[in-house]
Design a protein around this ligand. Structure first.
Ligand SMILES: C[S@@+](CC[C@H](N)C(=O)[O-])C[C@H]1O[C@@H](n2cnc3c(N)ncnc32)[C@H](O)[C@@H]1O
Length: 273
């Protein structure tokens, strides 16, 4: 397998038309976390709980994906709060909107690149960027844009992953496909790398770690996760067989369970006054 281009996943056309051109691949990844998470609160419940809703009258979500954040009603949110959902992919905007409309009175959506937002300066009290900034070609530019559309003192909630996130899955991947990812999302905008960039633009930056791990018991679920992105997305039948064999070998060694580390959390930060 040619590993030189693994990070072509950051190419916009690929992201817009293939990776996020349908909801299927993102759903497979969200489903693995939802099914096997050991935490009391799931990721989205935890995220919603970190936001100080009483101060939020206008909110922008960038890279809203399928709108999982809005799949439950947020009791603490003011009923008049206006919500704008944006994503690079049109199908994601449509899917997120249909979910959010069940719970949010004032919501609309549009296609937008986080590096070039079609909003006036100082438009929002809060911006959510959940697992998105590592997709930007230039995360610093995306942060400048977010800062521009936030009111002075407004809050950015930007989640991402750290270097240990899903470590065991990437080990399996390297056995099956014969190579490690040259760069991961954590290298682009992660718990450590993101801090350096965000500190340059925002004030009062703090990191909240989400305490969780996965206990996976079904090989098919793990295969589906690992074939939802490169390199697994383009795997040959032989590589797929190696993938399955390696997952099963590790599960058999541990009474049928694959333990997977998680390293993810949230930056909360304020736009300068
Ligand atoms: C990992 S998914 C996260 C989706 C959602 N926030 C969630 O947590 O389920 C990343 C999302 O960001 C979107 N995205 C990628 N690059 C983007 C960009 N430059 N501007 C806006 N959205 C982008 C993708 O289309 C995708 O929906």
């Amino acid at each position: 397998m040619d590993t030189a281009n693994l990070f072509e996943a950051r190419d916009y056309e690929y992201l817009r038309a293939q990776q996020y051109g349908t909801t299927e691949k993102l759903n497979a990844r969200v489903a693995l976390h939802a099914k096997y998470s050991t935490s009391d609160l799931d990721w989205f419940q935890w995220l919603r709980a970190q936001i100080e809703w009483s101060n939020v009258e206008s909110l922008l979500e960038v890279g809203c994906g399928t709108g999982e954040f809005w799949s439950e009603s947020i009791i603490a949110m003011n009923a008049n709060t206006s919500v704008v959902l944006t994503d690079l992919s049109p199908i994601m905007v449509t899917t997120a909107l249909s979910k959010a409309r069940r719970h949010v009175q004032r919501v609309h959506g549009l296609e937008a690149d986080v590096q070039s937002l079609p909003f006036r300066d100082d438009a929002f009290d809060s911006v959510i960027a959940n697992q998105v900034l590592y997709h930007a070609k230039d995360p610093a530019k995306a942060l400048d844009e977010i800062h521009r559309v936030l009111k002075p003192g407004g809050v950015l909630a930007a989640s991402t992953i750290g270097p240990d996130h899903l470590r065991e899955l990437f080990d399996i991947e390297s056995v099956a496909f014969g190579a490690r990812r040259p760069r991961t999302h954590a290298d682009v905008f992660g718990r450590v790398t993101g801090r350096e960039v965000i500190d340059k633009t925002f004030e009062n930056v703090r990191w909240l770690q989400f305490d969780d791990r996965l206990r996976c018991t079904d090989t098919d679920d793990v295969v589906e996760y690992l074939t939802s992105t490169p390199p697994g997305e383009n795997a040959t039948p032989k590589e797929l067989q190696r993938l399955r064999t390696e997952i099963e070998r590790r599960m058999n060694e541990n009474q049928g369970t694959l333990e997977v580390s998680k390293d993810c959390g949230l930056f909360l930060a304020n736009a300068s006054e």
